[in-house]
Design a binder for this molecule. Sequence first.
Ligand code: SAH
Ligand code: SF4
Ligand code: F3S
Length: 470
Amino acid sequence: MENLDPDVPNRSDEHLSPPTDCSPAGRRYAITTFGCQMNKADSERMAGILEAMGYQHEEDELAADLVIYNTCSIRDNAEQKVYSYLGRQAQRKRRNPHLTLVVAGCVAQQEGESLLRRVPELDLVMGPQHANRLDSLLEQVERGQQVVATADHHILEDLTKPRRGSTVTAWVNVIYGCNERCTYCVVPATRGGEQSRTPQAIAREIGDLARQGYKEITLLGQNIDAYGRDLPGITPSGRRCHTLTDLLHFIHPVEGIERIRFATSHPRYFTQRLITACAELPKVCEHFHIPFQSGDDEVLRQMARGYTVSRYRRIIQSIRQVMPEAAISADAIVGFPGETEEQFQNTLQLVEDIGFDQLNTAAYSPRPHTPAATRPDQLPETVKLDRLRRLNGLAERCARQRNQRYAHKVVEVLVEGANPKNPQQLMGRTRTNRLVFLPATAGHGPGDLVQVHIDVVRPFSLSGSLAPSA
Ligand code: SAH
Ligand code: SF4
Ligand code: F3S
């Protein structure tokens, strides 16, 4: 029978897996997540959908009846990882036809049907825009179809409860997709165009989180400064909620939420109004993640980033004027095609001048269907890796130096849980997003805001002890 669902490629019978008893009751699922916070948030929602269908969670992906790889293709090595995992599962599937194998996320979107050719054992290939309709896609799989869901799709509100990894901090998507065209980046192709959720849906989710006892939320978007520009004008209450700044004001009153964060900021759209709101709204934490990618104007131009190094410096200056303690983190790429040693030196200079609390660094990796990948002036791996090593050395020095300001100070820490590597310790974060370890003490647990005296400072974490209460 011809299927009429645009997501389902028509296949001849010999491609159909035999209809098997795949009814969810009693079946166990495992999800392995690669990539960024968006993917992690998508996985939490997909897990919520599966549990609403009757599936049970299974830690061991080699023991599960349904396996989802939620994939990332930001760099080639992220993508390659998936194929080795899939190889193992394909072998399992040949022994156990009842196994359901799913590839979700950015590699699924990028590769689409060609993934089926590469791994014919797959049951479902689904792009990120389809995460919230996992249930209906699995129903098609249960009918014996191999399904590819990569068509551009309006993202539906997820009506189930996500299965969140934490009981204290939660991610809240506010805008999906990205309309930028950074010449190195695969994300617009994998996540599609911008789609903002309504302020009401966001506030409802945050209200539910507060009622469940969550204390901290992080608003998520690939370019969160774009929030609201695709929404129609006025909210039912007659209030405009067109920008991230408006949204922060709109959700700030939710009772029970103590801390609000947001990521990722784009220097092109970052506004003074946003800085002022962050300084004025007490729950908004003093941490900004604003990737700069390169410290050289010509490289930025070739990356199509839409700002100059001096604009970036001005943003940081403005933040520090009103929030001198604010932590600044960023992403940077080394070895963009044609990047000269001198241009790379400009990146080092910017890092040295700003003094980042944390820097995520990457060697440029050519990605399919991106303009920079076709340039003839690709740099040799050895040059990229040498620059990466030098930048990492500097970034670590900066982080260590920045962390010194916490030595022997008392800071507010939101306890997130036990240290997985040492149950004698609790771990939590400062408002500036520094990871802090402290001895587990009777009477304190996840969700508590405690005052901690910092005794040990490392580049990427701090340790301390409970400060005597005032
Ligand atoms: N939306 C965010 C970043 C999303 S991707 C922004 O605009 O900054 C996360 C990070 O991966 C990027 O900040 C960039 O530093 C890195 N990245 C993206 N594409 C890359 C590529 N082709 N090679 C190496 N690093 C890349
Ligand atoms: Fe990629 Fe640029 Fe969009 Fe960030 S803003 S996701 S780097 S295209
Ligand atoms: Fe990777 Fe997709 Fe996120 S490519 S970084 S999982 S948006």
